[in-house]
Design a protein around this ligand. Sequence first.
Ligand SMILES: Cc1ncc(C[n+]2csc(CCOP(=O)(O)OP(=O)(O)O)c2C)c(N)n1
Ligand SMILES: [Mg+2]
Length: 362
Amino acid sequence: MIPTPEPNLGGLDFSDSPINQSLTADDKIRLYREMVRIRRFETTSLQYYQKGGYMGGFLHLYSGQESVAVGCVSLMGEHDHIITAYRCHGHSLAVGMSMKECMAELFGKATGCSKGKGGSMHFFAPDKNYWGGHGIVGGQIPLGLGLAYGVKYKEQQGCSLSFMGDGAINQGAVHESYNLAALFELPAIFVIENNGYSMGTSQKRSSAYRDCLAQRAEAYDMAWDIVNGEDLLEVRAKVHIAMERARKESLPTVLEIQTYRHYGHSVADANAQKYRTPDEIKRYKQQHDPIILWENRLMEEGLLTEEQKKEITKEATAECKEAVAFAEESPAPTMEDIMKDVYWEVDNETEASKQGRHFFTD
Ligand SMILES: Cc1ncc(C[n+]2csc(CCOP(=O)(O)OP(=O)(O)O)c2C)c(N)n1
Ligand SMILES: [Mg+2]
């Protein structure tokens, strides 16, 4: 039986954990810059969405959760893979996608990462082992399981990180994936980004076992832990342990990272101020913002000055501005493009596609 982890939310200092000890001053600033870039990107997206006429579809912002994607991605190596749900902008920028290709995707332009046909929920970069961006709640989890299976099958030392929200954990496909991950001993890490809400429903109203979502892993004899997501060092320390378990022992883990989203479910969430009290939102923004907490830490350590802080924000703002200009100037997809990228067989003119039968040969 996997032992129950010690309760360790808050108060502990994770700077001494092996993976954090090796962080240089430059590394720490880089992590800060990544989080600021994501925050600026989200603020700019919101601004253009609200102007009207620039973006179609939904827009789910990641503001408040930056430490989760940045902390996890900072640990990834050559054979590690990542997949997530629709709140995907943070993960996308963290893996190294450019703001230009992301903003162009939001603007529905042909230069976007998904050629303007995916929008906010479907950013992809397979060349970076980043498998998207998925709109069906929990739908990405069996795919993440498959990524872990692929790593093991190819005998690589790697793992898959599959992100989901607290609203996904009651989906059947998630539990089927847990079971297979444990049964086949796959290097799969399931990361629950518990921001307390799925659309307007609080986590306490949606899950029967309320106190701890990750503990369900015990039913599958799988390791689990709870992570204080506002602390970048704790995210890195605990995710690293899970990644090493996956890479070295080929064993899965469920991690529940506690976090908070600053905005409504999507920008179109008319009830954003109703199911959460203004006091709660204010408290999280003022006392639990992962960027402010990291910034304070770097300043206390003497690694960041007021001038550097301003400079980093200025650079991120300028990068967003360039991304918007690029997106505005880019062409829209053509009518013919609608028929492309649907089936690989059609785009590649395979025999099967000529017969009009893609999946069955007789
Ligand atoms: C299978 C399925 N059911 C319902 C929906 C509608 N839906 C979209 S987002 C969402 C809430 C998910 O919340 P959570 O998993 O906590 O993610 P968060 O938005 O907090 O990041 C729901 C129910 C969907 N997209 N897919
Ligand atoms: Mg949620």
